[in-house]
Design a protein around this ligand. Structure first.
Ligand SMILES: C[S@@+](CC[C@H](N)C(=O)[O-])C[C@H]1O[C@@H](n2cnc3c(N)ncnc32)[C@H](O)[C@@H]1O
Length: 255
């Protein structure tokens, strides 16, 4: 068994390798004994892919523990907005378990569940979460379940706190992301609290923000914070394709 937990970043290494492969292919073509125009064209086609490789590699470095550690810092922002001493906590889209394990350590009287669909296009797994929790000494209080955020396998009002980080926009089995957020509210007790970090400013994903908030606030009191207002992020992470659209929604269920 491992002795150190492994928490990958939010950037998929496979994705990085695909873009790197395409860039290298275009660059190799520039050395082929073919028309100079085709070689120039190939070199130009390599440029956008190289730019993506740069952005992805830089993001991995900034998110990872060996670099800027921003993934953990963002999780700290979520934990700092949690209002709980004990009770039952749910993390939707738990990934490698990094957020929920952090929460378990911060709130030693809580019991916790992390759900994820752990699809093949991601590099996390349930076994990895369980092993991480074991290594971190919190496995007796955390359960990991395979489920989709769009249809949570829980009764109404089962949790005191629900958290989620960068997951709602990824849910593919529900076209309407507001429905996925509502599903999270369904399993929260009246009086219970929630903290969600996601790309809520991305209108293609979530629609216009005032409409989104109006849609949600019939059953919750909701505070909104731009991530950039609560955490100093390196400039390149503010790219709209990375965290430029990130916001924290937090508050309380009223009924
Ligand atoms: C960017 S990662 C964030 C992981 C984790 N919340 C964190 O902060 O480290 C997005 C996560 O959403 C999960 N996910 C995507 N679609 C999902 C779905 N339909 N139901 C549950 N989880 C899903 C992925 O498996 C992945 O773990």
């Amino acid at each position: 068994m491992r002795t150190k937990p492994t928490y990958q970043t939010w950037i998929r290494v496979n994705k990085l390798l695909i873009f790197l492969g395409i860039s290298l292919l275009f660059l190799m073509i520039t050395f082929f004994p073919i028309s100079i125009y085709l070689r120039i064209l190939s070199g130009m086609l390599a440029l956008p892919f190289l730019y993506i490789v740069f952005i992805l590699s830089y993001s991995i470095f900034q998110f990872a523990g060996f670099g800027g550690n921003y993934q953990s810092k963002i999780h700290d922002v979520i934990v700092s907005r949690m209002d709980v001493e004990s009770g039952k906590i749910l993390d939707i889209g738990t990934g490698s378990g990094s957020l929920i394990i952090k929460i378990a350590k911060r709130f030693p009287h809580s019991s916790l569940i992390g759900i994820d669909y752990w699809g093949e296009n991601w590099e996390y797994s349930k076994a990895q979460c369980e092993e991480n929790a074991e290594i971190e000494g919190v496995s007796d209080r955390i359960q990991f379940l395979k489920a989709s955020a769009s249809k949570l396998p829980f009764r109404d009002a089962e949790f005191d706190v629900v958290v989620s980080c960068l997951t709602f926009h990824e849910v593919k089995d529900s076209r309407n992301k507001t429905d996925v957020i509502r599903e999270a509210f369904r399993v929260l007790k009246p009086g219970g609290t929630f903290v969600f970090m996601d790309l809520f400013l991305d209108e293609a994903m979530f629609g216009e923000r005032t409409e989104l908030v109006a849609d949600l606030t019939d059953t919750v009191e909701l505070k909104q914070e731009k991530l950039t207002d609560v955490l100093n992020l390196p400039k390149l992470l503010l790219n709209k394709k990375v965290l430029g659209n990130a916001m924290v929604f937090h508050g309380k269920k009223t009924k």
